[in-house]
Design a protein around this ligand. Structure first.
Ligand code: GLV
Length: 334
């Protein structure tokens, strides 16, 4: 009798042609529409699966995998993987993978789009114009801060941070400072024309601070009221990493009180919910977690996730060697 084909669950719609490649080896249960799965529903899906392709929407922890006795691989579509309890997966011998590299440049582009929108008040101006408030050109309408020649601060200098640094240094003539737990090799620093500084110096000296570090209990609310108080009142803050890095109530207060010029947020602590205080402010750019959302990059991410799952389940040309495994929850870099 033929051996039963492994079963895989794909939690959200990706690209049909890319997900369709799984049919060659597996019985595929692929979501047909965007779904907010409850933890119990995730657990039920995993109970029947040998492998899964999941997104940041699905938390996969000890609770979700308790009954998943067949589960051998979880392929996350995304570079950040704070939705996975990697230690719990590792303890069960379940391979976890993510999608680094393929989204680096696209996400760095978006960070710059947000930074510039915050600095030059792009969305604020658009809203004002659409409200019919533009009566006549005037000299002091919507004065913002310069980007070129200013100081760019990067908190979290992984691959995306380095992409942002290169854009700032070589595209806009910015002085680039960064803070990371560990200093990068000098060769990488000079490629990005970036200098390591301590966290307080980064806060004090940045005209435009961008957050690109992984979220974990250790980085929860790394930008809180004390950190915001150290920033220049003319500075901008851009977050393209994870919402939990920022104390949103403290940020809203700082923006409302003129303690900070403006902010741009692509990620939120309780997304898709956005704090009403932030929604009410004009000096904050808000986008719905679309940092890597170019068509080409989203296709590359889906392709890599599928390649990872196929290989982790011992099929295809890379059988047993998934291209981008996650190794160690606390040490992996974005
Ligand atoms: C998206 O946020 C990602 O981590 O890829």
């Amino acid at each position: 009798m033929a051996e039963a084909r492994p079963r895989v669950w794909v939690s959200q719609p990706l690209f049909d042609d890319i997900v369709g490649r799984l049919d060659e080896w597996f019985e595929v249960d692929a979501a047909r529409e965007v779904t907010a799965w409850s933890p119990d529903q995730v657990a039920a899906k995993l109970r029947d699966a040998d492998g899964a392709v999941v997104t940041l929407n699905e938390h996969i922890g000890a609770g979700e995998i308790t009954g998943a006795t067949r589960l051998r691989a979880v392929a996350n579509v995304g570079v950040g993987y704070d939705n996975l309890d990697v230690a719990a997966l590792e303890a069960r011998g379940i391979v976890a993978t993510n999608t680094p590299d393929v989204l680096t440049e696209t996400t760095a582009d978006m960070a710059f789009a947000l930074l510039m929108a915050a600095a030059r008040r792009v969305t604020e101006g658009e809203r004002w114009l659409r409200e019919g408030r533009w009566r006549q050109w005037s000299f002091d309408t919507l004065l913002g801060g310069d980007v070129h020649g200013s100081t760019l601060g990067i908190l979290g200098m992984g691959r995306i941070g380095q992409g942002i640094a290169r854009r700032g240094a070589f595209g806009f003539g910015m002085r680039v400072l960064y803070h990371n737990r560990s200093r990068l090799p000098v060769g990488i620093e000079s490629n990005c024309r970036a200098a390591w500084v301590d966290f307080d110096t980064l806060l004090r000296e940045s005209d435009h601070l961008v957050l690109v570090l992984p979220y974990s209990p250790a980085t929860h609310h790394v930008i809180d009221s004390a950190a915001l108080a150290k920033m220049k009142p003319t500075a901008t803050l851009t977050n393209i990493a994870r919402g939990g890095l920022v104390d949103e109530a403290a940020l809203a207060d700082a923006l409302a009180n003129g303690r900070l010029a403006s902010a741009a947020l692509d990620v939120f602590e309780g997304e898709p919910a956005v704090a009403p205080k932030l929604l009410a402010l004009r000096n904050v750019v808000l986008t719905p977690h679309v940092g890597s959302a170019s068509l080409a990059t989203r296709r590359a991410m889906a392709t890599l996730a599928v390649d990872n799952l196929v290989a982790a389940l011992g099929r295809g040309p890379d059988a047993g060697r998934p291209p981008t495994p996650i190794t160690g929850a606390t040490t992996a870099k974005r």
